[in-house]
Design a protein around this ligand. Structure first.
Ligand code: SAH
Ligand code: MG
Length: 211
């Protein structure tokens, strides 16, 4: 991916959120999704500062597609103060809560993606409940606890168009590698539904296709 020097800071600080190889696999999935379902949007759940959005957005430019990225921007349980992935620079001191929206806006602006990426600020389940457009792909990378993972599966998988894709991040079949909810509460039940087949696995990124 060609990187504008101005967005390097964001990319550096959020490197741990999406390794390059997984980002490239995500971009390949987006390309496939738009081949199968041209004109339908791609939905990303969990924008954070926009690192993974860069890969989706670069394919959106190429395919003239639209990405909708959803996040309440208050952080997940695992990015709150005191947790391993916490970054004190993303706390809004006035309200004492995380606020990653300004970082996402900077990323999208500096990468020239504002015409291709729509940022939706809100709880994933709330947005999913009023959503009605079939999606070319849904990429789930939001809250990684059991409750948000189940809510994301129940809220978003039904919006994937026939032939469309479901990408899931942080899927760790081996508990030694990381938390289990994306694997146990999204990946396994979706495969068990018989409606999806796996098309790729790169690091912790899994891509499934709806029949
Ligand atoms: N996809 C990003 C990383 C996302 S981190 C990247 O690779 O760069 C997870 C994000 O999910 C956090 O920004 C957090 O605020 C958001 N999130 C967690 N639970 C959520 C929920 N229930 N609704 C909306 N956003 C949520
Ligand atoms: Mg992730």
């Amino acid at each position: 991916m060609p990187l504008d020097p101005s967005i390097r800071t964001v990319l550096e600080r959020t490197k741990g959120f999406m390794p390059d190889a997984e980002g490239d696999a995500l971009a390949a999935a987006a390309r496939l999704a738009w081949e199968r379902c041209p004109g339908a949007p791609i939905v990303e759940v969990g924008s954070y500062c926009g690192r993974s959005t860069l890969w989706l957005g670069s394919v959106a430019v190429e395919c003239e597609g639209t990405v909708v990225t959803v996040d309440h921007h208050r952080g997940s349980a695992e990015t709150q103060p005191g947790w391993e992935h916490h970054d004190p620079d993303v706390v809004d001191d006035r309200v004492g809560l995380m606020d990653t929206l300004p970082f996402l806006r900077t990323t999208l602006h500096d990468a020239g993606l504002e015409d291709h990426v729509i940022a939706v600020v809100g709880r994933s389940a709330t947005v999913a409940a009023i959503w009605s457009t079939p999606a070319a792909m849904v990429f789930i990378d939001g809250g990684h606890g059991e409750e948000p993972a189940i809510a994301d599966r129940e809220g978003w998988v039904r919006h994937i168009a026939p032939g469309g894709l479901l990408a899931i991040h942080d899927v760790f079949p081996d508990p030694a590698d990381g938390g289990r909810p994306p694997y146990e509460c999204i990946y396994l039940p979706v495969l068990a539904s018989g409606e999806f087949t796996e098309v790729s696995a790169t690091g912790s990124l899994r891509v499934l296709q709806r029949h």
